[in-house]
Design a protein around this ligand. Structure first.
Ligand SMILES: Cc1cc2nc3c(=O)[nH]c(=O)nc-3n(C[C@H](O)[C@H](O)[C@H](O)COP(=O)(O)O)c2cc1C
Length: 139
């Protein structure tokens, strides 16, 4: 909830799900969410267009909040994965029906989290690519 958002509009809500039966149903949102079926916690991030002061920015705001959550989850020594929902219409509809969301509330993404099987602290290869940073000019 500390994430930056357009005009500080904070369009997000978070549904924290610990109920195993409900998590199983969430894992059927799409083929990408199947690995969530055994997670102890899945968080659904939603954006409310009713709170939007700057049109069409809600997914950008929700992405910032999602990334912040991933950073904090990692800092806590847990593992998490971003499961894409928006802009895939059938995934959004499935979750809207599952949680009986009001019409202005749009499912954005799910975060599946728990204790990671792999060592999250392991050094990873740097992806930094100098050629993708442009100073003053594109060329
Ligand atoms: C918009 C978005 C949607 C994503 N959806 C999925 C997904 O459905 N399933 C998944 O396993 N990872 C998903 N990811 C995670 C990416 O696959 C992952 O960030 C990328 O492969 C890089 O790996 P890393 O984050 O572990 O460095 C998503 C990431 C973003 C930003």
């Amino acid at each position: 909830m500390s994430a930056p958002s357009a005009g500080n509009q904070r369009p997000w809500d978070f549904i924290v799900v610990t109920d195993h039966e409900l998590i199983k149903r969430m894992s059927l949102t799409g083929p990408n969410s199947l690995p969530a079926k055994n997670a102890p916690v899945v968080i659904l991030i939603t954006g409310d267009t009713g709170r939007e002061r700057y049109k069409d920015y809600w997914p950008v705001d929700c992405a910032a909040a999602t990334e912040n959550m991933l950073l904090e989850i990692t800092r806590l020594g847990l593992g998490a994965v971003w499961l894409g929902v928006h802009p895939v219409v059938d995934r959004k509809e499935y979750l809207r029906n599952l949680f009986l969301l009001p019409s202005t509330v749009h499912p954005f993404a799910m975060i599946s989290l728990g204790y990671a099987e792999t060592d999250m602290k392991k050094e990873r290869e740097s992806r930094y690519d100098e050629s993708r940073v442009h100073y003053n000019h594109w060329e």
